[in-house]
Design a protein around this ligand. Structure first.
Ligand code: GRF
Length: 196
């Protein structure tokens, strides 16, 4: 939102950072969402733990500051992120395919205002390879969950969840595609729910 718009509407969007490690399709979707009028957030910072994250290209494309943080030294990595978020006046963090587990201390410093999207019906299948697990176990349903982030992997309070049917012909790839489509709806819906 431009300064002029802010003055005219009296509305300020919540400055948000998105943390990624890979493709960044959820990041792209959140950026698009952030640009619509009813979105409570603006995306002002992209953080990746690796320069190999394809999603970093959305920083250039949408002119959003991006920063690669080396997590070899975890403590100093989190310290650098905190400094960056303070400088950019970030008030909310969305994890989107971010492959590091943030410390209790970092989460506390950020006042718990960190959310994540996970491709399973939590508490089922925390961690990796959720779609493979659902297929191997012949589950009838899969889905995705947006939840608050705690220091325990994929365990914070659930904000929203979407359940979908697994077709008999589905494999882990087709299932991942189906779930991703739902993720693109669920993440914005969860953000609207948080700030409504
Ligand atoms: C998504 O399935 C998300 O739920 C999980 O990692 C994947 C990231 O995909 N946490 P992308 O990088 O947003 O395309």
């Amino acid at each position: 939102m431009s300064n002029l718009m802010e003055k005219l509407t009296g509305l300020k969007k919540i400055k948000t950072a998105v943390f990624i490690s890979g493709k960044g399709s959820n990041l792209k979707n959140l950026i698009k969402f952030s640009k619509i009028k009813k979105s409570p957030i603006s995306i002002d910072l992209i953080i990746s733990n690796t320069n190999k994250a394809k999603g970093l290209k959305y920083g250039n494309l949408f002119k959003i500051k991006k920063k690669i943080i080396n997590f070899k030294n975890f403590k100093s990595a989190e310290k650098d992120i905190l400094t960056l978020t303070v400088n950019k006046k970030i008030n909310f963090i969305c994890l989107a395919g971010f492959m590091k587990i943030l410390s209790k201390n970092f989460i506390k410093k950020f006042n718990g205002k960190i959310v994540n999207i996970h491709p399973s019906l939590l508490p089922k299948y925390k961690g990796l390879n959720t779609h493979e697990k659902a297929i191997i176990n012949k589950d009838k349903f899969a889905g995705c969950t947006v939840h608050y982030v705690t220091a325990q992997l994929d365990s914070g309070k659930i904000i929203l969840q979407k359940k979908i049917k697994i077709a008999t012909k589905d494999d882990s790839n087709s299932l991942a595609q189906k779930v991703l489509k739902q993720e693109y709806k669920l993440y914005p819906a969860a953000i609207l729910k948080i700030f409504s």
